[in-house]
Design a protein around this ligand. Structure first.
Ligand code: AMP
Length: 222
């Protein structure tokens, strides 16, 4: 049986990662978080990791050829070893070439149909949110500085809350430019399919969580 895919789109800092995680838990779906996968490879210090770091530390998208190879292998492995009832794709695709490659990969490993949740937020809020974002270096939980009182992660034992290197102001500006030039065209690409629903994340997490769930219900195959 084919595994439905829900793609999460949105600019950096819009809450995409947080809401993909929340929806995956609520809907009993798998969560494929490409940014975390890439950071793991980058940290390993392998030749591929060093290559990834060169792009990621500057806020640039990693070239399509490299991303498509990594994603093809990771998705095939996921479907083979631990197939979820549905799969949320968080951070992939981020270019039209990646979306086209996904169509081929999905056909080959029985993923689909595809629906899309687009999370949106004005630029000025994005820049502020990213500057105030802290991430647990152990469990990956994400917080805003006003939600925490120390560097210890309140969700797990032993995790430290840190600022990602690519969350620094000048790198964030580059990531936003990359989003507008290369990822925003996907809104048109998927808009044509009638399977894209947009949500604005200009409200507290619990409110946006309900909006995202509403969008998910709307795009579910009847
Ligand atoms: P994220 O955690 O999703 O914000 O991703 C962090 C960084 O990983 C991005 O700024 C890019 O450098 C890289 N990255 C993540 N996903 C992709 C993708 N689909 N295509 C190219 N680069 C990506």
């Amino acid at each position: 049986m084919s595994i439905p895919i829900i793609i999460f789109l949105g600019p950096p800092g819009c809450g995409k990662g947080t809401h993909a995680k929340l929806l995956a838990e609520r809907a009993g779906a798998g969560h494929f978080d490409l940014g975390s996968l890439l950071r793991g490879i980058a940290k390993s210090g392998s030749p591929r990791g060093v290559e990834l770091t060169g792009f990621m530390s500057k806020g640039l998208l990693v070239p399509d050829s490299l991303i498509i190879d990594i994603v093809r292998d990771a998705l095939a492995e996921r479907v083979r070893t631990n197939p979820p009832p549905a799969l949320l794709l968080d951070g992939f695709p981020r270019t039209v070439a990646q979306a086209e490659a996904l169509e081929k990969v999905a056909a080959a490993i029985e993923l689909g149909p595809v629906s899309v949740i687009n999370i949106n937020l004005p630029d000025e809020i994005i820049v502020e949110r990213i500057a105030n974002r802290r991430v647990c270096n152990k469990c990956g939980a994400i917080f805003q500085t006003h939600e925490i009182s120390s560097q210890q992660c309140p969700k797990c034992t032993g995790g430290q809350l840190i600022q990602r290197d690519d969350d620094k102001a000048e790198v964030v500006r580059r990531r936003l430019e990359e989003y507008k030039a290369k990822t925003a065209p996907l809104l048109q690409f998927y808009g044509k399919t009638g399977k894209l629903v947009s949500v604005v994340s200009d409200a507290p997490t619990e409110v946006v969580r309900e909006r995202v769930y509403g969008a998910y219900k709307q795009i579910q195959p009847k």
